[in-house]
Design a protein around this ligand. Structure first.
Ligand SMILES: *Cc1c(COP(=O)(O)O)cnc(C)c1O
Length: 434
């Protein structure tokens, strides 16, 4: 091992290490842009914290009903200011992203109303929430109907279709920012702004909600800057900064957020109750760190895209495209490579690194699935993690990385595992021109 190759400690050979360094040379400008976005968002967070006079008392634990919980109430003001909304609901009692989305929808829809998705099929778990897949307690059971306008074959918005889908019953429009595990593109904030403007022109009183999961702090603006009435997400993704052990958020208009409060606790009680479970310091500090954490995850995604693209694999997004979320897909072509990739991510983890991930059956999937994660917070996907169904085209989806250096190690390890198993040509790596 050359003395520069500290990654040799993990079994990364000089060829793989040097290939990584070559690729990085070509990414300097992009990394600088990512750092500049992080700097901008960092200032948004600090300014919101200063404006609301965050102090040590905000970190105290409350118990019981949680009346007059200064930490909780101040945090919600910080979120509202940071995301340019009138109010926010940020709670450990919101158990995950799906819960936050279900809450925002059920709080703001009434029997007879119609929900519209103008961007095609929503995230898998929302099928149960909406009742696309019959499920106990779904919106459908409460008499809320659902309509969907698919994207055009070229991935663009079907403006005519959206226009004709909006009717007197349409009450709420849901826009999913990140592609999740679909093949479409992730929307930029600018594209989301266009849909909101279009919808509000046709029907001004429609509530526009954005599923903001994985998109937070990737750009300088967020959907409420362009009229979104609610943004919704999970705290074990971007905004928890890796520190929040649980929780979800909804930022939006005072009216929408008030309804969400009444739905989360009880009509008449709303945001006034709910202990902070002693999580306040982690929520504040996680938000404080989130801009740089997101930057690290983005650098990892771009590094991986460029390495695997150079090795001849299809990557989505590609190595040069602009980014609007932190998810990277790599089509590896065979089950063996998929497994080796996940082994590499696992072997790079600070937690559970000695575990070997194996494919297994998962409820709701028609093929086996393999997952790699060695996280401080269980299931946290802002921490470096990968998962893949074992079927054509053998695409792995990976995301996260609390620090860029850890993401880098994970990606180098994924390549090394393939080299070790003779699934990649080391000669190709040695001779790679960048
Ligand atoms: C993760 C995610 C969700 C659901 O969040 P969970 O915390 O897994 O319930 C919803 N929408 C998108 C786009 C997501 O990425």
């Amino acid at each position: 091992m050359t003395k520069d190759n500290i990654y040799g400690k993990f079994g990364i050979c000089d060829q793989v290490f040097e290939m990584g360094e070559k690729i990085l040379k070509g990414l300097e400008t992009r990394f600088r842009e990512i750092d500049e976005t992080a700097e901008y968002n960092q200032m948004k967070v600090i300014s919101a914290m200063q404006k609301n006079r965050v102090d040590a008392a905000c970190f105290n634990e409350s118990t019981g009903y949680g009346y007059d919980d200064v930490g909780r109430d101040t945090l919600e003001k910080v979120y509202a200011d940071c995301f340019n909304t009138e109010d926010a609901l940020v709670r450990p009692q919101i158990t995950c992203g799906t819960h936050a989305l279900a809450l925002a929808l059920s709080a703001n829809l009434r029997p007879g109303d119609e929900l519209l998705s103008p961007v095609g099929k929503p995230y898998d778990t929302l099928e149960g929430v909406i009742g696309i897949r019959p499920t106990i307690g779904s919106l459908a059971e409460y008499g809320v109907t659902y309509r969907q306008v698919d994207l055009l074959p070229d991935g663009g918005f079907d403006w005519d279709g959206i226009k004709s889908a909006i009717n007197e019953k349409t009450r709420l429009v849901t826009i999913q920012r990140s592609k999740g595990y679909q093949t479409r593109k992730t929307f930029s904030v600018g594209e989301i702004a266009e849909i909101i403007k279009f919808v509000k022109n046709i029907k001004p009183d429609v509530v526009c909600m954005v599923d903001n999961c994985y998109g937070e702090f990737v750009e300088r603006t967020e959907p409420p800057d362009f009229g979104a009435d609610m943004i919704v997400g999970s705290l074990i993704k971007n905004l928890g900064g890796g520190l929040a052990p649980s929780g979800g958020y909804i930022c939006g208009t005072a009216e929408c957020v008030e309804r969400c409060g009444y739905r989360l606790t009880a009509p008449g009680l709303g945001k006034e109750v709910g202990t902070n479970m002693g999580m306040m310091r982690q929520f504040y500090q996680g938000l404080f760190l989130a801009p740089t954490v997101v930057a690290g995850a983005l650098k990892g995604a771009i590094f991986a895209a460029n390495i695997y693209e150079r090795l001849g694999f299809k990557v989505v997004p590609d190595g040069t495209e602009s980014r609007h979320d932190i998810i990277q897909a790599v089509e590896l072509g065979t089950a063996e490579r998929l497994i080796a990739f996940c082994e590499g991510i696992q072997a790079a983890a600070p937690v559970d690194s000695y575990v070997t991930p194996v494919p297994g059956d998962m409820p709701g999937y028609d093929s086996q699935v393999i997952m790699a994660a060695g996280a401080f917070v269980q299931g946290s996907s802002i921490e470096l993690s990968a998962d893949a169904p074992l079927r054509e085209p053998f695409a792995v989806y990976f995301q996260g990385g609390i620090t860029w250096y850890h993401a880098k190690l994970g990606i180098l390890m994924s390549v090394q595992k393939m080299v070790d198993a003779n699934l990649l040509d080391i000669e190709k790596i040695k001779s790679m021109e960048v």
